[in-house]
Design a protein around this ligand. Structure first.
Ligand code: NAD
Ligand code: TDX
Length: 360
């Protein structure tokens, strides 16, 4: 691979896939190596349809970010210009059932990657251009009441094993900048949605359940609020941070689209009912089922994205209503992709998570 090659970790997952596809298309000079362990959430087939020119600039490596030997070999062979680090266990409910995998992938994994990147950067005489971009979440800031926003200065206050593991990984990344000078960047973004999202997360899970006329499990009172960010907007923000961000800095990325979960589900029911010719009397809203709440469920997330807007001139381009429609259409047109990711493991997860939530 040529010298303008970037290492993407976790690129066979939801955001990584969108980032690689988006970047290969918008930056024709860049080459990408995608290192992914292919957990249940990773799907290497997401790149089968790249055109020949893009496929030449893309390479998949099946491996774990905790494998130091492999990392050293990859850095030596490719002399990466930068690292964009997505690889993680990413689902809050899974972290409640099995926190250890989150410690291993998110904390140890990030640590091993920092070590390997740091050694490479030191021994290659600290190239000016090198960047390590760590993709993190707004969940590290904890939960908001009805008022206020997360800024880059909001103190960390994670609630779930997932957000605790992401918070720990953020601290390691910051420490490698302050202690060793490794040129790191951190982004903390809000809830993403769009193509290729694994159907354990709210939006794709609800789309599929509506299509299949299954119950729509809303946790608690359904009024928890999330700030929704279309994945293509997120990917543009990441490129901007990678190219223009200042080492050592953190940037919050938000969609500016706060919605209650119940509003999202109502919207999805209406969009799909129109597409599936379901009448008002037969509305999918009738499938809504309030179930036992998530343990430690954060009430509200909302991002203040002033810093990235002012310093890097980024703001979301997509209106929530339009991007939600695009997302619904993508899932309706990609049922084969859905079948390919819904393995036996997926069915086991759905049973484990939703069986225990049923109310008497
Ligand atoms: P995802 O679960 O869809 O994908 C994660 C990918 O990482 C998978 O392909 C998986 O195989 C890979 N992976 C996991 N452990 C690995 C390991 N040890 N070594 C190598 N690869 C490994 O996740 P996503 O939704 O695409 O999220 C990507 C990143 O963005 C995560 O770090 C997540 O914390 C962060 N994030 C996600 C959201 C969101 O709304 N999805 C919001 C904020 C931040
Ligand atoms: O079946 C469900 N019913 C339900 O009511 C599911 C799966 C979720 N919910 C609720 C919980 C949340 O309030 O919907 C909201 C969104 O849930 P998720 O899609 O699981 O996302 P969230 O927990 O908010 O975390 C997401 O955004 C931040 C990503 O999964 C994280 O990786 C990211 O860091």
């Amino acid at each position: 691979m040529p010298t303008n090659t970037i290492l993407v970790t976790g690129g066979a997952g939801f955001i990584g896939t969108n980032f690689i596809r988006n970047t290969l298309s918008k930056r024709p000079d860049l080459y990408i190596v995608n290192l992914d362990a292919l957990t249940y959430a990773g799907n290497p087939g997401n790149f089968n349809d790249l055109d020949a020119a893009m496929a030449k600039r893309y390479k998949f490596v099946h491996g774990d970010i905790r494998d130091t030997g492999l990392l050293q070999k990859l850095f030596k062979e490719n002399k990466f210009k930068s690292v964009v680090h997505f690889a993680a266990e990413s689902h809050v409910d899974r972290s409640i059932h099995g926190p250890e995998a989150f410690l291993e992938a998110n904390v140890e994994g990030t640590f091993r990657l920092l070590e390997a990147a740091g050694k490479y950067w030191e021994t290659s005489e600290k190239p000016e251009v090198f960047r390590f971009l760590h993709v993190s979440t707004d969940e590290v800031y904890g939960s908001l009441e009805a008022e206020g926003y997360f800024t880059e200065k909001t103190p960390y206050d994670p609630s779930s094993p997932y957000s605790a593991s992401k918070a720990a990984s953020d601290h390691f990344v910051r420490a490698y900048f302050r202690t060793y000078g490794l040129p790191t960047l951190i982004t903390n973004c809000s809830n993403n949605y769009g193509p290729y999202q694994f159907p354990e997360k709210l939006i794709p899970l609800m789309i599929l359940n509506i299509i299949e006329e299954k119950p729509l499990p809303l946790y608690g009172d359904g009024k928890n609020v999330r700030d929704w960010l279309y994945v293509a907007d997120h990917c543009d923000a990441l490129i901007r941070v990678l190219e223009k961000g200042k080492p050592g800095e953190t940037y919050n990325i938000g969609g500016g689209a706060e919605m209650k979960n119940i509003e999202i589900v109502h919207g999805l029911c209406d969009l799909l009912d129109a597409r599936l010719n379901r009448s008002v009397n037969d509305s999918s809203r009738g499938l809504i089922n309030f179930v036992e709440d998530r343990l430690g469920h954060d009430r509200r997330y909302a991002i203040d994205a002033t810093k990235i807007r002012k310093e890097l001139d980024w703001q979301p381009k997509y209106r929530f209503e339009d991007a939600l429609e695009k997302t619904v259409d993508w899932y309706m047109n990609n049922m084969e992709w859905i079948d390919s990711v819904r393995s036996g493991e997926y069915r086991k997860w759905i049973e484990l998570n939703y069986q225990s939530r049923k109310k008497e």
